[in-house]
Design a protein around this ligand. Structure first.
Ligand code: HEC
Ligand code: HEC
Ligand code: HEC
Length: 131
């Protein structure tokens, strides 16, 4: 057997050993996703690429920082579910827009990027023009 193959096997075994308990403890962490406006809302901007996996595993952001209303990992729901960020407009905390751009909450994409001085902050970095 080649040495490189053995190393890959060991790496795979390690990944399983660490990943499985995480998956079983709560909901499976979704992979990267494209975020778009909910049905019924006329989108003015292009959909947004979001590296969900990296934000969680690589940037080490706790699930509950973003999923701030969930009581446990198993209780995590989408941002725009009824009673959360389900309103049109921009001003109030319960708008769809606020979930991603509010300056007041660390749960929002823009607020966290500004605070950490990392990640995209300008409209066109997240909402690219030609799409
Ligand atoms: C940096 C922010 C962030 C972090 C950290 C994060 N998530 Fe998410 N997650 C999101 C966003 C944004 C969505 C998309 C929500 C939507 O479409 O309304 C999402 C969606 C989800 C969904 C699908 C929800 C649904 O039913 O639509 C699950 C499940 C989920 N995340 C679990 C997790 C778990 C478990 C962790 C931690 C291991 C985690 N997330 C960490 C931002 C985050
Ligand atoms: C609590 C903090 C936090 C939140 C909330 C957050 N991010 Fe980030 N984001 C980061 C950090 C840290 C980086 C890493 C930047 C680096 O290492 O250069 C990053 C990087 C990124 C990048 C560039 C690198 C990559 O992984 O693609 C994109 C795009 C991005 N974020 C989109 C989003 C979107 C969209 C949301 C909201 C749904 C969001 N982020 C929410 C902290 C956050
Ligand atoms: C860190 C990433 C990020 C940045 C920076 C950002 N947005 Fe967003 N924006 C999102 C996400 C994620 C959504 C939710 C998904 C969607 O609707 O595309 C969104 C949704 C929107 C919406 C509601 C949906 C729509 O298409 O009409 C508007 C309006 C909007 N953004 C405008 C802006 C403007 C204007 C700027 C610059 C001032 C900006 N965004 C900067 C991530 C970002």
């Amino acid at each position: 057997m080649k040495k490189s193959f053995l190393i890959s096997l060991m790496v795979a075994a390690l990944v399983c050993a660490f990943a499985l308990p995480n998956v079983m403890a709560g909901k499976e962490v979704p992979a990267d996703m494209v975020l778009k406006a909910p049905e019924g809302m006329k989108a003015k901007k292009t959909p947004v690429q979001f590296s969900h996996g990296k934000h969680s595993a690589e940037y080490k952001i706790d699930c509950m920082t973003c999923h701030h209303k969930a009581k446990s990992e198993a209780d995590i729901k989408g941002c725009a579910v009824a009673g959360c960020h389900d309103q049109p407009g921009k001003k109030e905390a319960n708008t769809f827009y606020a979930a991603y751009h509010s300056k007041k909450s660390d749960a929002s994409c823009v607020a966290c990027h500004k605070k950490m001085k990392k990640g995209p902050k300008s409209c066109k970095e997240c909402h690219p023009k030609n799409k």
